[in-house]
Design a protein around this ligand. Structure first.
Ligand code: NDP
Length: 511
């Protein structure tokens, strides 16, 4: 595959004094440079974004939808080029890029083009209150104006660029601050949006480091942030200074529970696939497994066999199952968790070592004899590790699954779906799958967001676009009453009647 990407020191027309080198993490080679925009550099972008927004809003859902639908086609026509760019800055396999980035992007452009209008349509409201009888009551959603999106490095299309799509569909202009580690995908997609006719200034990219993201918060009407819980807290604190609304999609430590009546083959396949997918660098990766005692040995032996068969690499499509780590310091975190577990008595059944050659690699790893004294069971690892813990029963599994400050996703495996769903409903997480994992993310109609310290707000579904809007309530008095209850001079007869009416309306219910 092509790993060379043109140097973009002057990315999308923005010039900056400092540059950020972008590495291919699979090889460790620098493949491009992008501008490191300072807080002052953001000012012209903000001005352009604000100036462009009213015309974009005025284009209406059909006009904006046409651009987004064209973009879905553009993405599919240019998918190999886009996959090359994604892979060059993330080190992921061809299949991981195709499945979780291209297919998500194409679906999302079409989904928001098709559904934005329905989710944001005016809603007629009926009120029981006699004071507003006969009046028109409506809630409507108007775009906030200029939205700032700050994204992480693990899915530069899906998790960074992806959140811009509903913001644009709603009629906002957007400034995206991608991770400094993976800015090239966003720049490539910006090219596509321009070819598809997005008006100048409606979508802009501010490449930069954390400080650029922090500065963006001061300028925009809303911040959509995806990243770690630690940074999410800083973003919320900064946004509080200007009372800027935030939506936060943060870290996780997703548990998988395998009950004694599970289809062990399916559970083991799911564990290995969804634990190692994208080298474990997915917010909703399976990060810790709890397996009921009667099937523990069988499950572990199947997982070990499957994990041993995984091929790691960065070749053509079909040549590898697991790619490299994307963010160099993440290798240290994964290694620290494995070493901590070993020091406290865990056994490594597969892998356990960082890669020895060029680039940033960690072997697919299976750990057993783990418990909650170990970092691998309590802190987000974000790497290709599967720590498996034996549990006595369902109750212990639920208790341990909930013993975490995080609450992003979870999964439960049982052939008895009633039992599986009952357990799922007791897990403190934003999304729980039964006999599956992670694929809930592809259902764009289904809200996705974290409980506890895993986030605030949701993406997808109605909430995934309404958050980019001001909910405005309208009350329209269509005809004037001869004597309103609430106008001077008081209509004392009507006020007395109101007293009786209130007793009739509200005073009869059982206390
Ligand atoms: P970080 O929190 O380190 O960074 C996220 C983004 O915030 C980056 O663009 C970063 O810039 C920027 N940033 C850093 N400091 C600040 C600041 N003070 N103010 C504003 N922006 C700032 O996360 P990672 O990139 O390491 O991503 C991995 C994390 O993201 C994991 O915890 C993962 O679980 C989570 N995640 C959550 C998802 C969800 O849907 N819940 C989805 C995907 C990932 P820069 O990179 O330039 O430093």
């Amino acid at each position: 595959m092509a790993t060379e990407v043109a140097d973009v020191t002057v990315a999308n027309g923005h010039v900056a004094q400092d540059q950020i080198p972008v590495e291919n993490p699979a090889t460790g080679q620098v493949i491009a440079h992008v501008p490191d925009l300072s807080p002052e550099d953001l000012v012209p972008l903000v001005e352009r974004g604000r100036a462009a927004q009213p015309a974009w809003e005025a284009l209406g859902f059909d006009g904006r939808g046409r651009v987004l639908r064209r973009m879905a086609r553009w993405l599919l026509e240019h998918q190999d080029e886009v996959i090359d760019v994604i892979r060059s800055e993330t080190g992921k396999t061809y299949e991981d890029a195709q499945l979780a980035e291209i297919s998500y992007g194409a679906a999302a452009f079409n989904f928001w083009a098709q559904n934005a209008e329905g989710y944001l349509a005016d809603e007629k409201v009926k009120s029981a209150n006699v004071l507003v009888k006969g009046k028109k009551l409506v809630t409507r959603y108007r775009p906030l104006g200029l939205v700032g999106v700050i994204g992480p490095w693990n899915y530069p299309l899906t998790n960074s660029f992806g959140d811009c799509i509903p913001a644009l569909a709603a009629g906002n202009s957007v400034i995206l601050k991608p991770s400094e580690v993976t800015p090239l995908t966003s720049l490539k997609l910006e090219e596509g949006l321009k070819e598809c006719g997005i008006p100048e200034g409606v979508f802009q990219i501010a490449t930069g480091r954390g400080a650029t993201g922090a500065a963006l918060i001061d300028h925009v009407d809303m911040i959509m942030f995806t990243g770690s819980t630690a940074t999410g807290k800083k973003v919320m604190a900064k946004a509080a200074e200007t009372l800027t609304p935030v939506s936060l999609e943060l870290g996780g430590k997703d548990p998988m529970i395998v009950l004694s009546d599970a289809d062990v083959e399916r559970a083991a396949n799911s564990a290995v696939y969804w634990g190692m997918f994208n080298a474990g660098q997915t917010c909703i990766s399976l990060e810790r497994l709890y397996v009921e005692e009667p099937i523990y040995d069988e499950f572990v032996s199947k997982v070990v066999e499957k994990a041993r068969a995984l091929r790691q690499g960065f070749g053509e499509s079909g040549s590898a199952d697991v790619g490299s780590m994307t963010f160099p310091p993440q290798v240290d975190i994964v290694e620290r968790h494995v070493e901590d577990a070993k020091a406290k008595g865990a056994k490594v059944l597969v892998g356990g070592e960082r890669g020895k050659g060029q680039g940033y690699w960690f072997e697919p790893t299976v750990l057993v004899d783990v418990d909650h004294s170990m970092e691998c069971m309590t802190e987000e690892t974000f790497g290709p590790t599967l720590p498996i813990m034996k549990v006595r029963d369902e109750e212990e599994a639920i208790r341990l699954a909930n013993d975490s400050p995080y609450g992003l996703g979870a999964s439960v495996f049982s052939k008895d779906v009633t039992r599986g769903e009952r357990v799922a409903r007791r897990i403190e997480a934003g999304a729980v799958c039964v006999n599956d994992a992670l694929v809930n993310y592809t259902a764009l109609e289904l809200p996705m967001g974290g409980a506890k310290t895993s986030g605030l707000g949701t993406r997808h579904g109605a909430g995934g676009i309404r958050k980019y809007c001001q909910q405005q309530s309208l009350l329209v008095t269509r005809f004037a009453m001869k004597k309103e209850l609430y106008m001077y001079p008081y209509n004392t007869r009507a006020t007395k009647l109101l007293g009786k009416a209130l007793r009739f309306l509200y005073g009869r219910g059982k206390a």
